[in-house]
Ligand binder design. Sequence first.
Ligand SMILES: Nc1ncnc2c1ncn2[C@@H]1O[C@H](COP(=O)(O)OP(=O)(O)OP(=O)(O)O)[C@@H](O)[C@H]1O
Ligand SMILES: [Mg+2]
Length: 256
Amino acid sequence: MGGLALNSDGILISNLTLAYEDRAVFSHLSCRFDPDTAHTILGPSGCGKSSLLHAMLGLVKPVSGDISIFGKSPEAARSETSIVLQEYGLFPWKTVWENIVLGMRLKNTSGEKLSDAQVERAHSAAVKLGIDAHLKKYPHQLSGGQKQRVGLARAWITEPSLMLMDEPFSALDAMTRESLQNAALSLYSGTWITVTHSIEEAVFMGRHIWLMQTEKGFYKRFENPHFGDPDFRENPAFYALCLDIRKAIGEAFHEA
Ligand SMILES: Nc1ncnc2c1ncn2[C@@H]1O[C@H](COP(=O)(O)OP(=O)(O)OP(=O)(O)O)[C@@H](O)[C@H]1O
Ligand SMILES: [Mg+2]
């Protein structure tokens, strides 16, 4: 993993206010995402989850406040950050292989040519994610689940210190979604922040589960000591935690 020695501060969000034109998304949001662990963010549509991830990437500039990613600005940390999007973000005119290695090529300081070690890592990601038989195909020849495996591979092989995922599996049916969650978990290392609308996904994918509300920002955080157990869904503790979170969301909704 890159950047481990610098990770001690994690991701610090201080008094962050984001807005589009004159309309505030949220104001004075502060929190700290611990490094080298997996976070998930659950919140209603429009509360600013994607905007927060985009601000961490330096794509949305804060009106005020500050974001520090392992001690750096989002722009300075950009080469250590990867994102997986809901809509796959694949280039239709590039093969699966070219899509997978795209980020790696862009981040190569010595030009676009891949080293043997990079080719090896890209191949191992394809095998791990079960897409090695499809490398010469184009995205339109893949299922939604396979496309998102390509998106995951592309983000993961650049060895990001910070991996952001914005509703990565929401376009998929329930069974495919679970198999993708398992595949993602098998790749897990470093600091991950996953945004989702699904309580079950937040619980399975998160060591720390943050609840976010419109205008109020983060109001509660749940801990999941079972994070990383691929059989966690069969454990009664999984359902107990889902239920606790469902209740907290219900209470917040009624208070709002
Ligand atoms: N490019 C933009 N221009 C103007 N307003 C925007 C833009 N992007 C988002 N917004 C507005 O900012 C608010 C937060 O949007 P954002 O996409 O961050 O929410 P979200 O929590 O990710 O929602 P969802 O769960 O539906 O993806 C919304 O009111 C949205 O309409
Ligand atoms: Mg969003």
